[in-house]
Design a protein around this ligand. Structure first.
Ligand code: 5RP
Length: 219
């Protein structure tokens, strides 16, 4: 097993301490979350709200009841991974394309616990990883021009459609030095459904795994 995979598993084990019996858990998407999903059958959950169809299918296959967010009320805990995280627990997410549903479930939860391996920690968001932006298909070209005006270089994610039937523009070179301001500015572009900056709704707890173990940061 690679060091990175071992760190993902360690972060997932650490996340178990945030889950209580009879809870409806918000469950994210991605390879780190998959490590957590494998551990869930040993718990006594009331059910789970999934942040993507992929996660929903995995949870169902393990016999975990899927709850519609509209009938779940406010969730106590949402657990997910991230593509990048800074020291303020602000994130870039959406590498798996589930950013919109992830942001909805995160916003509807009291506590967002984020699990990462050490490769995800950055000083400034968006330098290495592009900002994924979910866009209505008809607005793709218009939104791309607006992103270029902001200094971004949008790349259309080929052969990918989101759970909501939209497309993704992975946008390089945006200035993410003020993540809250940019998150809002991107949301204001007509045709943008959601963007992968999680700064207005950043993580509340960060479980950061490294070769030395898992460090917990809170805000
Ligand atoms: O935002 C996400 C999916 O949309 C994931 O949380 C992010 O891509 C991290 O994935 P992984 O745990 O596989 O590194």
């Amino acid at each position: 097993m690679s060091d990175q995979q071992a760190q993902k598993q360690a972060a997932a084990r650490a996340a178990l301490s945030y889950i209580e019996d009879d809870m409806i858990l918000g469950v994210g998407t991605g390879s780190t979350v998959n490590c957590l999903i494998e551990l869930l059958p040993q718990l006594k959950l009331a059910g789970a709200v999934a942040s993507s169809q992929v996660t929903e299918d995995k949870l169902r296959a393990l016999g975990i009841e899927i709850v519609d967010l509209n009938f779940a009320g406010t969730l106590d805990v949402y657990i997910d991974g991230a593509d990048e995280v800074n020291e303020h627990l602000q994130l870039i997410k959406g590498g798996g394309g589930a950013l919109t549903r992830e942001k909805i479930v995160a916003a509807a939860s009291k506590k967002f616990v984020c699990m990462v391996d050490e490769s995800k920690s950055v000083e400034i968001l968006g330098r290495a990883f592009p900002v994924p932006i979910e866009v209505l298909p008809q607005a793709r070209s218009y939104v791309a021009r607006q992103l270029a005006k902001l200094g971004g270089e949008p790349v259309y994610r080929e052969d990918f459609v989101t759970d909501y039937g939209n497309v993704i523009l992975d946008t390089y070179d945006l200035d993410v030095s003020n993540p809250i301001a940019l998150e809002k500015e991107l949301n204001n572009i007509v045709g943008v459904v959601c963007n992968g900056i999680f700064a207005v709704n950043q993580a509340d707890v960060l479980l950061k795994a490294s070769a030395d173990g898992v460090t917990t940061l809170t805000r």
